[in-house]
Structures are given as structure tokens and as C-alpha cells.
Design a protein. Sequence first.
Lengths: 317, 263
Amino acid sequence: MKVIKNISKAVSILVFTLAVAVQGPAAHAKNVVIVRKGLADFDEVKKAIAMKLKSHKVVDIVLTKDASYEEFEKPLMAAKPDVIVVMDNKFINYAMRLTEKTKSLRGVATMGINLKKVLEGNKSLSGVAFEAPALQIVSKFRYIASKPVKTVLTVYQDDFRGVVNDAKEQLARVGIKLVALKADTDDDDDLKEFLEEAISEETIKKEKADAIWVMTDSVLLSPELFAEVWVPRSKSLKVPFLCGVDKFASKEMDFCVYSASPNYKDLGYQVADMVQDVLDRGQATGVDYIVSVKRTINTEKLNRIGITVNQARLNEE
Amino acid sequence: MGATKHGAQINLRAKSGKGRLVNATLFLLTVLLGVLVLPSSGSAKDVPGVRVFFPSTLVSAQMQKILQSDPALSKLQFTVYPNFTEFMGQHETEQAEIIIVPSAFAKYYRGTYHPVLKFVKKKGGDFHYLLLAMSKQWTEANISDGIVGIIEEVGMDKAKDYVASLIGKSSKTIKKVTKAKDLIPLLIMENANYIMIAPDLYEKVKGEYATQGITVVKESVAVGYPVFLARENVKDPAIVDSLKKMSAATLENLGFDGVETAN
């Protein structure tokens, strides 16, 4: 009886040891804990992260938009994270609070607005800014459009000054001038007046603008301003409006002629790479711009303003 | 006394029975774990056909159509993958008879496959990656402080060593993209300090951004063009003969001049 007991113990130990040895990388698997909302875009990003990081243990925590900080922290810490991935500004803010408390914890943030500013100086969280940068929107449009794009006009609030400064520099590197007009007010009526003046025939002529880059800013694109200024101007002005939101270039909205918006699968891969980098280096690695974008073109609206598309270039990958 | 003895006897029986049951259960569970886990590395299913992944400016659907439309290849079933991650994901569970992959893949993941054919160009069977930078700050001297952007052809765990083997120096980190067109933006947006790209791909993609000031920091060692690897137990060896007959039009569309026997 004792002999059987000892043999069974020895075999158990041997088989277990062999199992761990053969698994190899699994023995070094880290706990990657994702916290996000349960929306389709977040889901696509999560799937890509999980696919890329399959040698690690990926835990997916889905919370509602009303989740409290405690509802965020408890399941996350119970999963014993080696690194966290947080999506959406609410959970990114919670993560900043958490990493203030747990200074050894590192993370990667994405799918939040204005991440470069939000995470400025943060030593715990890295990020991938998921708004399509002006470089990607404007350059890719220029490449396929039949008319040249040398100067682009945009409007912005001070909160996005960093984004605009980067955009100016990046567009200058590809030979495009960005004229950025700042809204010095947050009063609704004054904003409307500012936009009406900024997005006008006179300003376009004065600045020799070939296109307008519409920044994704929920204040400047409030429902009222959208309906009362942006959409009417996109119909009356004969310059292309270029956006970072795919719906804005749909036929139904009839607003922008072209959009470059996040490729969520590739965003997931980019985040996964950053997660691995953070795990390897044990420190935050800064905030990168999203690289891979997908485009939507309202060809009909483009044609109405006298611009056609180079089909051969459009078909390139 | 009888009751106590009886009680003691019951206890002894219970202890041995329960203990034996625990041991047996533990043993069976561990054997089951071993049976499930141990064969996992060699359990990919064999499937017919040709699977393809290599960096190109063609989208995967276009490449698949080009291959499938070639009369010489009409009897073959092609599946083209848009990126390394999706190709590997499938390859780890199902192994196709032939895979057409970057030469880096052959170096790191060959397994039981052997090279049968390779793409060539008029100027030869290999090329040199260009290591490019946009800022004068980034030169050959400080590659080790910099970030190099590449199209992903090997996994995360091998990328750094792979790039170091090509350019002779290890960089701080590697950033990967899935498409050639996404490399130049890495430089412009300063996500990376260098990018490594094949010259023919660079010629095709550089026009989109019309960037001034990109310079060649150095060239890599010689790298082979994509190779055709055959699984050990290919059912129909005529597949390789068919692939050898790939038409000139197909080759041109894919960006090559010929197919030759690989060593």
C-alpha cells in the first residue's frame, strides 16, 4: 500500500515536471489584465491583443460605463496582474489612480481621447493614442486625390494644443502646411461665432487652404455646432473636409469626403507589442500615435467638389 | 471496548480508504494533465494546399486572386494571410503542404518543413534591407539607443535578435507593423527612430508621403527572397512541379522574375 502510494506520488511529480518543461514559454507567462467596456470596437482590439499575447495569460474584465473605482480595482487586482491594459478615458483615469497607489504596477492605455495630454509625465502608464493623426488623414487623402493638398486648415481648443503642434511638425515633414486657428472661448454662442468665421470662404481664401482637417473634439463638434455650422459649411464650401471618424464620411451623414479611422485589429497588435515592451523593460515607454488606419470615402461628395480619386493608388495596400 | 475497537477499526478503514482515493485521484488527474499537455507541440493537423504570407504592397485578397488565376496553378488551393500573426495562428494548428514565407520564417520556424523553391529577381536571389532614418540624430553609431520599425516577419520573442543579425547591432527595441505602408509614418510620427525595409517595397511606398530627408543609415546583410517550404509528408509531389511553372505574369504581379529550386 505504501509502495503504491510512493509510486503514484513519484509519477505525479515526474509527469507534472515534464508538462512544465515541455510547455516552455508558458512557464514564463505573465498575467495581462485588460479592463474595458463591452462594445464591439473594444472587443476587436481585445481579440487582437489576446491573439498576439497568447503565450501569456490574458484576463478580460468587461465593466459598464457606470462602474465605480472599487468595481474597477477589485477584480483587476484579484487577477494578480503583471501588466494592465485599460481602454476608455474613465478606466484610464482609474488606472492612473491605481498606479499612484501601487507604484510597481505598469500598464498600457488606449481608446481614450487625447492620451498624449492625459498621460503626460506618467511613469506607470504607456499608451497608444487612437485618434487617427492628421498625418495619416491628410497624407493618405493627398495621395489619392486628383487635386493637390499643400495647405490644410483646422480649428482647435487649447486642450489639444499638443496634438496640433505634433500635427504641424509631422505634416511639414511631408510638405503640407497646417494652419490651426484656436478657439479662445468655451461659451456656446462665442464658439459658434468663432467657427462660422474660421470655417468660411474668406478664411479659406486668405489661408489658401486646400482642405479642412476636422479634429475629433466633442466640444467643437457638439450636436448643435455640428448641425448649425459644420454640416452646412461642408455643403457650401468647395474644399474637402477630412475626418478621423468613419461615419462622418458616410453617404448618410454627407459631411466629410474622406476619413481615416482606427484599424482596430492592428491597434490591438500595436498595443500588444507595447505590452510586451513594457514587460521586457519594466517601465513605461511613452505614448505612440496609432499607425494603421482604414479609410472611408464619399466619392459622390468628392466628385461634387470637382475631385476624383486615383483608382490605382486606391487599390494599393 | 468492543465499541471503541470497532470505532478504531472504522477509523482506520476510513483513513486508508479516503487516503487511497485521494492518491488515486491525484495520480489520474496528473496523468490526464500530462496526456493533454505533453503532445501539444506536435499536434498540428496536416491540411492540403498552399498557405502564403510575405510582405507585399498587394492586399491578401489581390495576391490570392493573382495566384488562383494562374492557369499553371489552377489545381492548387491557395490561402494568403495579411500578416504574420494570423498566418502563425493558423500554422500552429494546421500545417499546409506548402507554405510560401519570408526567408526569416524558414530560419526560425522551419520545423519539419524543407525548402523546395525560392523566388528570385533578375539581379539575384537575395537583397539587402535598407535601414533608414529621418533625423540626423540617428546614425549607425547609436542604433543601440534607438527603436527600429519593421514589418513583422518573426514573433515578438525573436524580432530583436533577428534584426540584430541583419544589421550587426542590437537596438533598444523593435516596433512592428503589418504593412509596408505603415513603416514611413513610424519615422514621421517618431514612433521609431529607424525603419528597416526591403528596397523594392520602399520604392513602392515612399510616394505616399513624399517625405524629404529620409536617409539610408546602412544596408543589412544579404537576405533571401521568400521561399517555398514543403511539409515532410506532401501527398502529391506534383504540387512543387506546378509551382515551378508559375507564369511570368503572375511573377511580375507578385514582384519577382522567377522561381528556382532552393537548397
